[in-house]
Design a protein around this ligand. Structure first.
Ligand code: FRU
Length: 679
């Protein structure tokens, strides 16, 4: 019985102990997996993947002497999480990578978790010499016998080729099993190194200062704020000019949140604000305005009112947060909610509402708990039949969902909460049921999301870059299914490196992202048209046989009087990945529900959507499509989606569409992207 939310760690450990389709070798064994050919099905052609075996977070992103280093969370012995070590690759252009031997291997005492690397130019640490200043890696050591997570050092004076552990570790131990992922930078104004790391379960970022990377002083804590999810991980604190003006800079705290993120699972949020060398002060978050409507049930009373109960999962009345043996429950409104963890995961039963008449188009509610469609479920019942049903996300963080019930207007209905599952995550959480005229996904507005897709996590910036650019790489995956992706002999990719900027928008200062310029060097065959109707563009695309799995697409299209406009990619008669913008709703979406082998696990076949305002008369999209992913940069990177796709090799078509009129395409450029692996 798993009473805890699915932590990456726990999930991974579980798959490690239970075994999976991959062979797990022990250290000392030869590699169990075959050498890579880089043309395996789903192998990204313009994204970094390890030759073989498992990868998660990017670590220690640092530039030195003409080389960009990419370290990464790596299992050198199999393609599931485990034996965490720092894998290593280097690049001269952030595009072509040479994979080097494991840099910092798992040790007897600790596994090597995420962290940062800095160039200690003045040898403040004394771990190099004045003539040979060291690269210093600051990472979390996870003590395998005590579970303690503390911060450790290793250094290198040969361009990151060999690493020596400091030995007098840990340099920072707060006695916690949930303190991890240090990111370190030199803060000139206060003349010290600053470290931020996650107090994961407390939903806080700790800020420490040091003169020598070895002795650390507590400065302040930031959080909780925004989206808490189950855990906070991998923070970064960066400073960027606003609107390109270097005399007007702003700080941004970046926090990865896992479990109950925007679409469940993992995601990344950011907080613009100010950092004074001690404390990070965030700007106020955007206000969430709930759509007006009628609250049907808020579960604030001592009992369930007119709801009828069966079984033993519901008790005498609403719960107030978590129950005995349960991890913290978050995200409910007021003090009460329905929580069927009453008899741990064993309890079962139903809770059925009084009958009501449907007179509004939407039913909104907060839902959490187990992901067992039909078994830990929230149902709408009409004439004895379940006509709508939702389930949790294997998370104790409630999130808002809704039923579109416009078609049932005037019908009599009941709502029913069901718990018939007694295995892991055999419970459901429900709160704040409302009948509304409109829907606001308050998760969208609760915080500023760095990415509206489901596959961008643990993003961190490069240190010691030769220019003032801020460039980051994130893990192109999600803990919800990372361990089950059907790729072999490797698992998981890094995002394409992105340049960050801050721009003033009507809603406030926002983070913008664009793929780095060097992507252009991968451009091969080109197709382009200007000032042509969508229907004509499609004819040209057909006759020129423009298709491919790895493509760069630049589109500028007029939006006037249209319902929807967008593109279908990785397309065939059976499969497609759809990017669609609605000028009326001012929303953009990415639909991967038909993007291939999506049914292997929860949370893959989905539509992801984001508000996209102030587009004006022309929508601008920049798309980076690879064998098994899509990254969409809308309106110069104001809204970004990163999503994995698993379409079959023959789904390589490309088509535009517009509804409500034939849109004018002002500019379309499609480039085949040359593989970064093949000469
Ligand atoms: C984030 C994370 C980190 C941890 C690492 C372990 O994805 O869970 O918090 O350091 O992965 O591999």
């Amino acid at each position: 019985m798993n009473r805890k939310p699915h932590l990456p760690l726990l999930t991974a450990l579980l798959s490690l102990t239970l075994g999976s389709c991959a062979t797990i070798a022990q250290p000392g064994n030869t590699f169990p997996l075959p050498r890579a050919t880089y043309d395996e099905q789903w192998r990204p052609q313009v994204h970094f993947t390890p030759q073989r075996n498992w990868m998660n977070d990017p670590n220690g992103l640092v530039y030195l002497d003409g080389e960009y280093h990419l370290f990464f969370q790596h299992n050198p012995y199999g393609n599931v999480w485990g034996h965490m070590s720092w894998g290593h690759a280097v690049s001269k252009d952030l595009v072509h990578w040479e994979e080097l031997p494991v840099a910092i291997p798992e040790a007897e005492d600790i596994a090597i978790f995420s962290g940062a690397a800095v160039y200690d130019r003045d040898n403040t640490s004394g771990l190099g010499t004045a003539a040979k200043p060291p690269l210093v890696a600051i990472f979390t050591g996870w003590n395998k016998s005590t579970n303690n997570q503390s911060q450790y050092l290793a250094s290198s004076v040969d361009r990151g080729r060999t690493w020596t552990r400091y030995g007098k570790d840990p340099v920072l131990n707060i006695g916690s099993t949930e303190s991890r992922d240090p990111k370190v930078f030199w803060h000139a104004e206060s003349n010290q190194w600053i470290m931020v790391f996650a107090k994961a379960r407390e939903h806080k970022v700790a800020i420490y200062g040091s003169k020598d990377l070895k002795t650390w002083t507590f400065l302040s804590d930031f959080g909780p704020l925004g989206s808490e999810g189950d855990v906070w991980e991998v923070p970064d604190l960066i400073q960027l000019p606003v609107d390109g003006n270097s005399s007007k800079k702003k700080w941004v705290m970046v926090v990865s949140v896992n479990g109950g993120s925007l679409y469940g699972g993992s995601g990344m949020q950011y907080f613009p604000g100010d950092f004074n060398g001690t404390t990070f002060t965030p700007d106020p978050l955007p206000a969430v305005t709930e759509p007006a409507g009628e609250v049907f049930a808020d579960f604030e009373g001592a009992d369930y009112g007119g709801w009828e109960k069966t079984g033993d999962a519901f008790g005498t009345g609403p719960a107030h947060g978590s129950l005995t043996g349960q991890s913290p429950v978050t995200g409910f409104k007021g003090s009460g909610l329905v929580n069927t963890f009453l008899n741990f995961d064993q309890g079962t039963g139903t809770l059925t509402s009084p009958e009501f008449t449907l007179n509004k188009p939407f039913i909104t509610f907060l839902i959490g708990g187990g992901n067992h469609p039909g078994e830990t479920a929230f149902n709408l019942i009409i004439d004895g039949k379940v006509v709508r049903s939702a389930t949790g996300q294997d998370s104790e963080a409630l999130r808002s969902k809704f039923f579109d019930v416009a078609e049932f207007k005037g019908k009599k209905a009941r709502l029913q909460i069901v718990d018939s599952h007694t295995g892991g995550w055999g419970h459901i959480l429900i709160d704040h049921i409302k009948f509304t005229e409109a829907v606001v996904n308050d998760m969208e507005f609760k915080t500023l999301w760095a990415d509206f897709g489901k596959d961008f996590y643990a993003g961190v910036t490069y240190s010691n870059l030769p220019t003032d650019d801020k460039i980051w790489i994130g893990w192109l995956s999600n803990w919800q299914y990372a361990g089950q992706l059907p790729t072999y002999p490797w698992r998981n990719a890094q995002s394409f490196p992105r340049k960050l900027s801050l721009k003033t928008t009507p809603e406030g200062v926002r983070l913008f992202q664009e793929p780095i310029e060097a992507l252009k060097n991968q451009r091969g065959a080109r197709f382009s048209v200007q000032n042509l109707l969508v229907s004509k563009v499609n004819e040209r695309l057909m006759s020129a046989a423009v298709r491919g799995k790895s493509l760069e697409v630049l589109l500028e299209v007029e939006t006037a009087s249209l319902q929807n406009v967008g593109l279908k990619l990785h397309q065939s008669s059976k499969e497609e990945t759809v990017v669609s913008y609605s000028p009326l709703a001012e929303r953009i979406s990415l639909d991967r529900s038909k993007a291939g082998e999506g049914s292997f696990n929860i949370g893959f076949p989905e539509v992801h959507a984001a508000p996209l305002k102030d587009v004006g008369s022309t929508l601008k999209l920049h798309i980076l499509l690879d064998t098994s992913s899509i990254e969409v940069f809308a309106e110069d990177g104001k809204v970004v989606f990163s999503d994995l796709t698993l379409s079959s090799p023959s789904s390589d078509g490309l088509e535009l569409f517009s509804t409500g009129g034939d849109a004018v395409v002002k500019n379309l450029e499609v480039y085949e992207l040359k593989s970064i692996w093949k000469k």
